[in-house]
Write a protein of this length. Structure first.
Ligand SMILES: [Zn+2]
Ligand SMILES: [Zn+2]
Length: 259
């Protein structure tokens, strides 16, 4: 992958050499939100109105707990604010790094990463993301922080896709942005790793909050967290690894009560 003059390498080269770094990096984050969060979110939320019988068949929680149009409006407004804050903070971070001679927060120019480099950065950032997200989420369930920050996100006991970014701005940065951005910036990963990681994270969180059970059980765990509060603290795209390790999956919590 490294020095082959591939079409993808040419595309990256032409974009990074013709546009300034602010346009490219902030544009990548904006495009990822549109492609992997807004479009899946609009599709999933629309199912309730465009295909009601299909929607009813696959909804995890009962009809009386489902959202209203007002709920959708609240989610959209809060999510736009959170995404604007996120882009502003990203601008500040980029400004900080470029003023110190770094080309961007992640690597943009030169060869594409080799398969070995891509795999190493993907695995390390995935593990770091899971750990940071899990422990910060547990911390946000500590009563003083829960009341001030995390309670807003838990207003939805039966979530919808747009509720994935319905959160206090501080929580949005701590749980949705920091765990994924920090490892990639520390590792100075290639922007291609960032695109895959952030794209998967946004898609997974939309699906996990969708309230539908036709995604191989992916939505069930986080839906259960919204319903029960004390199970499944792991990230939406983490396949329950941290909950399994800490015995905060539902089976273990039930077993602990029996013991
Ligand atoms: Zn929670
Ligand atoms: Zn949630």
């Amino acid at each position: 992958m490294a020095s082959e003059p591939t079409a993808m390498a040419d595309l990256f080269e032409s974009i990074t050499s013709s546009q300034d770094v602010y346009t490219v990096e902030l544009g990548v984050h904006f495009a990822l939100q549109i492609l992997f969060w807004w479009l899946p979110g609009i599709t999933l939320v629309s199912l309730n109105y465009l295909a009601p019988s299909f929607s009813t068949r696959y909804k995890i929680q009962p009809a009386e707990k489902q959202h209203t149009l007002l709920d959708i409006g609240r989610c959209v407004a809060v999510s736009i604010c959170n995404q604007a804050i996120e882009l502003l903070l990203h601008f500040c971070l980029l400004n900080y790094y470029t003023s110190r001679g770094r080309e961007a927060t992640v690597r943009m120019k030169g060869d594409l990463p080799s398969l070995a480099e891509f795999t190493r950065d993907f695995v390390l950032s995935f593990i770091a993301r899971e750990a940071i997200h899990y422990y910060l989420h547990r911390l946000l369930h500590w009563r003083p922080l829960y009341k001030r920050l995390h309670k807003i996100h838990h207003n939805f006991t039966a979530p919808i896709a747009f509720a994935s970014q319905y959160a206090h701005p501080v929580e949005h940065i701590l749980l949705n942005v920091l765990p994924i951005t920090l490892p990639l910036v520390v590792l100075r990963s290639h922007v291609l790793v960032l695109i895959v990681m952030v794209g998967w994270d946004l898609l997974a969180t939309s699906v996990a909050h969708s309230g539908y059970d036709f995604f191989l059980g992916l939505a069930k765990m986080h839906d259960r967290h919204h319903e029960r509060f004390h199970v499944y603290f792991g990230s939406s795209g983490g396949f329950g690894i941290m909950d399994w390790a800490h015995r905060t999956n539902e089976e273990s919590v039930v077993q602990k009560k029996v013991d």
